[in-house]
Design a protein around this ligand. Structure first.
Ligand code: MG
Length: 253
């Protein structure tokens, strides 16, 4: 069942989204060779709590961190730990913030120091794929229009799209209907209606689309060891078009 949100509910989610974006910006300024992902996790948790929020991920199905930190060939769901980031790494940071009972969900993949041109291209194209998907978030379009736009842009650059994990509706729960795949034909799936709020989150691999679960039963890796990037926004469907809620300004994008 798709739960549409009132204007007041969307404003609550936007408030969570602003704290989330400031948190990601803060982490982005800290990410440099030598830092550990547990240090990032501690800073994120303190920031979110100090701003009056709750780190949504912490304790979710037993997840121990306030952020997911997923370097290099790790696609998503990395548990923060003692591993030090190194020059040339990329690291996906996924954060959820709950404020006043409403959730925002977003992710960015950051470079660590100087990265290769190939890695830089992967980050750019993955974020572009997200924005192409968001551009389809118009009343009367269908979820498949988002999926198709993401897939088309990523594959045009020779990358592959992870199939086994998808975006989702978001609201009082982190994962609500509908599922929002990053692949598939246009014109299919649920119709986009005013007040729907969805998290769109392409996970794009430099090599093949296959993934596998790590030994901690959380971390997801590319099967072929290729680099993977992840960008995510929480987006409301409005009469004026897509409104990105996980941005730093009140107006949205
Ligand atoms: Mg998500």
């Amino acid at each position: 069942m798709i739960i549409r949100k009132s204007q007041a509910e969307i404003e609550k989610m936007a408030r969570a989204g602003r704290v989330l974006r400031e948190c990601l910006n803060l982490l982005g300024r800290m990410i440099e060779p030598g830092i550990t992902t547990i240090e990032l996790d501690r800073v994120a948790e303190k920031y979110i709590v100090d701003e009056g929020g709750i780190p949504t991920f912490k304790g979710y199905q037993g997840f121990p961190g306030s952020i997911c930190a997923s370097p290099n060939d790790m696609v998503v769901h990395g548990i923060p730990g003692k591993v030090r980031l190194r020059e040339g790494d990329i690291v996906g940071i996924d954060v959820g913030v709950t404020m006043d009972g409403y959730i925002a969900d977003a992710a960015t993949t950051f470079p660590v120091g100087v990265i290769t041109g190939e890695a830089s291209d992967l980050l750019r194209v993955t974020e572009e794929s997200l924005m192409q998907g968001i551009a389809q978030c118009r009343i009367g379009n269908r979820v498949g229009d988002i999926s198709h736009a993401v897939q088309t842009h990523a594959e045009a650059h020779g990358y592959s799209v992870v199939r086994s994990m998808v975006g989702h509706g978001v609201g009082r729960e982190m994962h609500e209907d509908p599922q929002v795949p990053n692949f598939g034909p246009p014109g299919q799936g649920p119709e986009l209606r005013e007040g729907m709020v969805i998290a769109i989150e392409p996970m794009i691999n430099m090599g093949g689309s296959e993934v596998e679960v790590g030994e901690d039963s959380w971390a997801i890796y590319t099967k072929d060891g290729s680099l993977s990037a992840h960008f995510e926004h929480t987006v409301a469907i409005t009469k004026k078009g897509p409104r990105i809620l996980t941005v730093a300004t009140a107006a949205g994008a």
